[in-house]
Design a protein around this ligand. Structure first.
Ligand SMILES: [Zn+2]
Length: 297
């Protein structure tokens, strides 16, 4: 292990291999890539403006992963490090100058941080996200399954309450004589009032991974209204602003569920675990991240 610090206290749950991020968003527009169970749920009678619709679906991991990665890159750069550029070195970038500027602004060419990706972990971003030389990366990002019926949402399986909506937009003529005649109709798949848990698993656990996750989630929450750190499309229209927080990894399953139970507060045991996390665990993980980034590249 590179640059690992000791975990402060023995912890039974396999060294934080599974973690959950709470995501809350009023509106998410993930292009056309939200998959729904519309056919199954509506029995052929789907009306997209029916508030009673029971349609659930899946938010794919791709946009979530990109959003998280961007936050993690920013944290690495804040610590004075550089991050693997997400684009292949030999890709035909449409804008060569922009790629070069990226490299000047805290990135290195993807994979140049490791001579042999099978042997050598590279930078912490490469270590987590891989994507070079057949290396998958050590954080597994799952899709988020959403459902409008809260009682059927299993937060411990990385699910969310969310309401599928189809938004219709008319692009209208600008000529006065046309009286706003529609020129084009655009449909957008969206999820409204999302609240749930995104499940991430580390294939291998290292304290700096947890440290980077902790810092990145805080960074993303602090920058949630920045255009760069919103999630999905339609950002100009208020979509993609995500409140996020790491759910205390010390919580057991019941406590994790309780986070989403609006009728009940946290227990004394949960408060105690929050103090433990803040005072004992978190600083050690963040120190491990600092140690790793100070080693370069
Ligand atoms: Zn790298």
């Amino acid at each position: 292990m590179t640059g690992s610090a000791q975990t402060p206290v023995a912890h039974d749950d396999a060294d934080f291999e599974d973690v959950y991020i709470r995501l809350q968003a009023d509106l998410l527009v993930i292009g056309d890539s939200i998959m729904t169970d519309r056919h199954h749920a509506s029995n052929g009678n789907y009306e997209d403006d029916d508030p009673q619709n029971q349609i659930g679906g899946i938010i794919p991991a791709f946009p979530l992963s990109g959003w998280l990665r961007h936050g993690m890159e920013a944290v690495v750069q804040d610590h004075g490090g550089t991050a693997c550029h997400p684009g292949e070195v030999n890709a035909n970038f449409m804008k060569d100058g922009v790629y070069t500027r990226d490299l000047d602004a805290g990135y290195h060419e993807k994979g140049t941080c490791t001579d042999d990706p099978k042997e050598d972990d590279g930078c912490v971003i490469f270590d987590l996200f891989g994507g070079f030389g057949g290396v998958p990366g050590k954080v597994m990002r799952r899709p988020v399954k959403f459902n409008p019926v809260r009682s059927s949402v299993d937060y411990t399986r990385g699910q969310a309450e969310g309401h599928y909506r189809r938004l219709n937009r008319n692009v209208v003529s600008r000529n006065r004589g046309d009286s706003r005649e529609p020129l084009r109709n655009a449909e957008l798949d969206a999820v409204a009032n999302l609240d749930g848990a995104w499940h991430l698993s580390f294939r291998e656990s290292k304290p700096e991974f947890v440290g980077l996750l902790v810092e990145a989630i805080r960074y993303l929450d602090d920058h949630r209204t920045d255009f760069m750190h919103q999630l999905g499309g339609a950002r100009n229209f208020g979509a993609g602003i995500v409140d996020c927080e790491l759910i205390n990894p010390l919580y057991d399953e019941h406590e994790l569920k309780r986070v989403f139970d609006r009728g009940r507060g946290s227990t004394n045991a949960m408060d105690e675990k929050d103090d433990q996390w803040t005072e004992k665990y978190r600083p050690v993980f963040v120190d491990a991240l600092e140690e790793r980034t100070s080693e370069g590249p």
